[in-house]
Design a protein around this ligand. Structure first.
Ligand code: PXL
Length: 287
C-alpha cells in the first residue's frame, strides 16, 4: 500500500489579503502533516468583511474539470472539505467531489454568514444549496448564524441552556451529517463554547472558550482545519474539538495583544510553530 501523509481536497476560495480560507487552511493542515490540494471556488483580492471593493473572480467552471483530472490521475483523498462557495452552481460540483471519493471524510463548513447576517455573496439559492451539502456530510462546522440559516430558524442572541444546546445539535444532525459542531455558542452559565454531537455513539460535547471582545475573519476556517487534521489523525470528536478550540484561541489572543486591525485577520504566522510541534491540546466536557 502507498505510504504518504493524508491528503485533503479543499474546496475553498483564495482571498489574497485578510487571512481566511485557503490562505489559512493550507498552512494549518500542512503544519499538522496533512497534504492540501486546493480546489479553488473563487479568487478574491481580500475577504468580504469590510475591506472595500474586492476584486472577485468566480471559478465555477474550474471545479468539475479539476475533479475529472484527479480521477484520471487515479489519486485518492482521505478527506474532501468544502467551505466558501462563489456561486450556487458550485454545490453540484462539490456533490460530485463527495461522490467520487466515497471513503473520504466529508467535511462541510457551510460558510454563509456571521453575527446574524448572511455574507453579501451568499444569496438564498446558495443557502439552499448548502443544505444539500450538509445532507451528505460526515462533519459540519456552522457558527450560530449558519446553524440558524440551515434550520430556517431566526437568529437568536439569547444564551442557551445546555438542553437547548443539545437540541440545536440534534436538529442539525437530522439534516444528515453524522457529526455536528457549532462554534461560538453563549450558554446560560455565561460561558462561550464550541459544542458538538457525535452521531456514531450519540455523545454531546462542550469545549469552553475564553471570550475576547474582537471578532476576526478566518477563525472558523482555522478551527475547521485543525478539527479536520485532528480527525484525520485518528482523534475522537471531543479531542479534535479541544485542539481546534485551543489553537483558535491562541491565534485570537496573540493577535488581540497587538491591537491590530481585526479585518487583517489573526497572526497565524506567529503561532503556527506550536501546531507543528504538536504542543496544542485542549479540554472538553460532556454537554
Ligand atoms: O472565513 C470565511 C470567508 C471565506 N472566504 C471569503 C470570506 C469569508 C468571510 O468573510 O469573505 C471570501
Amino acid at each position: 500500500m502507498e505510504k504518504r501523509p493524508a491528503r485533503v481536497a479543499a474546496i475553498h476560495d483564495l482571498s489574497g489579503f485578510g487571512r481566511c480560507s485557503i490562505s489559512v487552511i493550507l498552512p494549518v493542515l500542512s503544519a499538522m502533516g496533512v497534504q492540501v490540494c486546493p480546489v479553488l471556488t473563487a479568487v478574491l483580492s481580500a475577504h468580504t468583511g469590510g475591506l472595500g471593493d474586492v476584486v472577485f473572480r468566480d471559478l465555477t467552471d474550474y471545479i468539475h474539470p479539476t475533479l475529472e483530472h484527479y480521477k484520471k490521475l487515479g489519486i485518492d483523498f482521505e478527506a474532501v472539505y468544502s467551505g466558501f462557495l462563489g456561486s450556487e452552481e458550485q454545490v453540484g460540483s462539490c456533490l460530485e467531489f463527495f461522490k467520487a471519493y466515497p471513503n473520504a471524510l466529508k467535511v462541510v463548513d457551510p460558510v454563509m454568514g456571521d453575527n446574524g447576517k448572511a455574507y453579501k455573496t451568499c444569496g438564498e439559492s446558495l443557502q439552499k444549496g448548502m443544505k444539500e451539502l450538509v445532507a451528505v456530510a460526515d462533519l459540519i462546522t456552522p457558527n450560530k448564524t449558519e446553524a440558524a440559516m440551515l434550520l430556517g430558524e431566526s437568529y437568536n442572541t439569547s444564551p442557551m441552556s445546555r438542553s437547548e444546546a443539545r437540541s440545536l445539535l440534534l436538529r442539525l444532525s437530522r439534516l444528515g451529517p453524522k457529526c455536528v459542531v457549532v462554534t461560538g455558542v453563549e450558554l446560560a452559565s455565561g460561558e462561550l463554547a464550541n459544542i458538538g454531537y457525535d452521531g456514531e455513539n450519540g455523545s454531546f460535547w462542550y469545549v469552553p472558550c475564553e471570550y475576547v471582545p474582537v471578532s476576526y475573519p478566518g477563525c472558523g476556517d482555522i478551527y475547521a482545519s485543525v478539527l479536520t487534521g485532528a480527525m484525520l489523525g485518528g482523534a475522537s470528536l471531543p479531542i479534535a474539538m479541544g485542539k481546534a478550540t485551543a489553537f483558535a484561541e491562541l491565534c485570537v489572543k496573540t493577535t488581540f495583544s497587538y491591537g491590530s486591525d481585526p479585518r487583517y485577520g489573526v497572526m497565524l504566522e506567529s503561532v503556527l510553530g506550536s501546531l507543528i510541534k504538536n504542543e496544542v491540546s485542549g479540554k472538553f466536557e460532556t454537554l
